[in-house]
Write a protein that binds this ligand. Structure first.
Ligand code: CP3
Length: 344
């Protein structure tokens, strides 16, 4: 006798199927706002060790699911494991964020993309363990950073408000820039394929620095590489369900949605609801509560959550924040958020 498979509401929403309830997950749902995360983190000497130790990465992935009624687990890792795995020096310094030895025209050739997958194998082990530990109705989300966003850290050596180092590099060293982006496209396709094979149901492409680009640069650095990843991945994993999150894309969002072929577009919190409603109705959307409304909590949060839900009733919608949850967020505000969503 065969039993019907248990539906995964979040995966179904990504695939555009009707769902019994509004699916929800929270960007950076495993992280420093949780005391149990801080306790595990305190036992590791550095952040990358946490990402590369399947036992610990699995544990912190599961932590938010034990507390909250979420529809997805997201693999605990970081977008910067990819440059690390290609041999670039990547460090996370407390209070400072990531620090990398910037790639230059000269050092680019020393990167070893062919070694990356082997170095990333603990991540695939984490995916297998997480899949085995979560309920069958919980969707497992894998991810990578999109090539431009990862390149901004690789070239600049750290985060920056305007990504000037990478924008200048792209314009003044176009051949070197192209080879870096091509390398990241290839490694990302291998990396995401391996995550699917290990048990991921959906992947998200984090293009966190899609802002500050004119339309020509946006098309070249953001749309092109994301489209190539989607196309190449779907040749290897037919119909691979993909969420694209081009943070700050603003007026470039419709072009991104049309050209990349992602199933769902992640909306940052600055995207007006009426603008998002004008996107094609077959496209799913994810978002887009301002994380600081969650931090502040109370009636203002509830009102905005209701507006967001009402705006997207006529299309596939996955509720989420419009960027990652911040470490100062009170846990009872997250509980309240989920109550409001469940009662909507
Ligand atoms: O969402 C999840 O729960 C999964 C884990 C996850 C992390 N980083 C863990 C993390 C995911 C999906 C990411 C993605 C990521 N990493 C992005 C894209 C999303 C976004 O926020 O725009 C970016 C740009 C990075 C790079 C990165 N990693 C930065 C800039 C920092 C430092 C800033 C910060 O929040 O501390 C990190 C470190 C990081 N990645 C932490 C966590 C939980 C905090 C490190 C610590 O615990 O010491």
């Amino acid at each position: 006798m065969t039993t019907a498979p248990v539906p995964k509401v979040l995966l179904d929403a990504v695939l555009g199927k009707p769902t019994s309830r509004l699916p929800v997950w929270i960007m950076r749902q495993a992280g420093r706002y949780l005391p149990e995360y801080r306790a595990v983190r305190a036992k590791t000497t550095n952040f990358l060790e946490l990402c590369y130790t399947p036992e610990l990465a699995t544990e912190v992935t599961l932590q938010p699911l034990r507390r909250f009624d979420l529809d997805a687990a997201i693999l605990f890792s970081d977008i910067l494991v990819v440059p690390d795995a290609m041999g670039q020096s990547v460090r996370f310094e407390t209070g400072e964020g990531p620090v990398l030895d910037p790639v230059t025209h000269q050092t680019l050739a020393a990167l070893k993309p062919e070694k990356a997958l082997e170095k990333l194998s603990p991540v695939f082990e984490s995916v297998r363990r997480i899949r085995a530990a979560i309920r069958p109705e919980t969707t497992l989300i894998g991810f990578c950073g999109s090539p431009w966003t990862v390149a901004t850290y690789m070239i600049g050596g750290h985060g920056s408000a305007d990504q000037a180092a990478a924008r200048i590099f792209a314009l003044t060293e176009p051949a070197a820039f192209k080879s870096l982006i091509d390398m990241l496209v290839d490694v990302s396709v291998d990396y995401l394929e391996a995550q699917f094979r290990a048990g991921a149901d959906v992947v998200q492409l984090f293009e966190s620095w899609a802002l500050n680009l004119d339309e020509v640069a946006f098309s070249e650095y953001v749309i092109g590489p994301n489209r190539r990843i989607v196309e190449a991945l779907r040749k290897r994993v037919p119909n691979a369900p993909i969420i694209g999150f081009p943070r700050g894309a603003a007026g470039n969002l419709p072009a991104y949605a049309a050209a990349t072929g992602v199933n769902v577009i992640g909306l940052d919190y600055a995207v007006p609801l009426a603008f998002a409603q004008s996107l094609p109705k077959t496209l799913g959307v994810q978002g887009n509560l301002d994380p600081l409304r969650l931090l502040a909590g109370g009636d203002q949060m509830d009102a905005r959550v209701c507006d967001i839900i009402a705006a997207f009733r006529d299309r596939p919608h996955i509720f989420n924040l419009g960027h990652g949850i911040v470490p100062q967020t009170p846990i009872d505000h997250v509980e309240r958020l989920l109550r409001v969503i469940r009662e909507s």
